[in-house]
Structures are given as structure tokens and as C-alpha cells.
Design a protein. Structure first.
Length: 51
């Protein structure tokens, strides 16, 4: 008797994923660029302060 009811069933939609956190996403390439910028800036700062 359950066979006719199978045609009326619906799949439950998957839950909505949570939104991403606010702010800029930092991937690997962005992290490398940030590290290079910090290293260059600190090197330049130390070089300028010593002269």
C-alpha cells in the first residue's frame, strides 16, 4: 500500500550554507603578497632609520 505514496513524496532541499564571514578572504597568494610587503617595508624602514 505504500507504493502510491512514493510518487507524492518530495526531496527535502539541502540546508542553506551559512554566509561567509565579513572581511576580505585571504588565500595563499594574498598571504604571500602580504608577507612580502611586510618584509620589504620593515627592511626599508630599518635601512632608512640607520642612515
Amino acid at each position: 500500500m505504500t507504493v502510491p505514496f512514493l510518487g507524492y513524496s518530495q526531496m527535502v532541499p539541502p540546508p542553506i550554507p551559512p554566509p561567509p564571514p565579513p572581511g576580505l578572504p585571504i588565500d595563499g597568494f594574498t598571504g604571500v603578497l602580504l608577507a612580502i610587503g611586510v618584509a620589504y617595508g620593515s627592511k626599508k624602514l630599518f635601512k632608512d632609520s640607520s642612515s
